[in-house]
Design a protein around this ligand. Sequence first.
Ligand code: KIV
Length: 267
Amino acid sequence: MARNKITAPRIVEMKREGVPIAALTAYDATFAAVQDKAGLDIILVGDSAGMVVAGDPDTLSITLDEMIFLCRNASRGVKHALLVGDMPFGSAQLSTEATISAAVRFMKEGRAEAVKVEGAGPALAAIRRMTAMGIPIMGHLGLTPQSVNSFGGYGLRGATDIEAQRIRDDALALQDAGVFSIVLEKIPIELARVVTEDLDVPTIGIGAGPHCDGQILVSYDMFGLGPKFRFVRRYLEGDRLIDGAVRKYIEDVRNRDFPSEDESFAG
Ligand code: KIV
């Protein structure tokens, strides 16, 4: 069936229609194309690339240039999903002008159709300006991994009344600044439910329970590559399957079973 291109307004409309939004991350053209063809609504080129692609212990080191390179690559595989570029640490914190210029680069060079910004307070002025300029913004609250050093780890956020209230207030402030959706990461189910009810724009949960308007996962996690997390459902045992394939390949090469005549050229 022919699919319409997903846009930021369509994502908002999906909440009104009660259609759950399905999102995953991708970091290159090949995976993005397969995921897009399967019917995802949103593909996020997440700064989780710093961990799952670059192998860093956190998302702090990946640069704007590196994120733009990954986003541009993913864009070549995406036809239908909304392509969102994740503003890396330092690109949305320094000043309103610097934030806008980073987002413009993401769209011009990375071919992103929207950008995601972690947190609210200091970023609100820039978010307001960018949405007024026509740049669709996705917010991100709760466990914002770029703040891992302030948080002291990757634990649950919003577990105290004060922090839960701050997340509710920040979500409303982001909506007021014009975001088209908000990622809620690793917060209690009940908090995610009330934030979702508070808002007209959709919430997209990761480790935030079933009451969000949509769900997102790091694709490598749901493909079963790397460590297991409680909030991730593994749809593929990627580690095991790839390990098995590589072992069989090594065996076939050692046994001179690969390549066969059919896999070679006579001349
Ligand atoms: O960087 C990322 O992949 C993300 C998602 C987990 C929402 O921000």
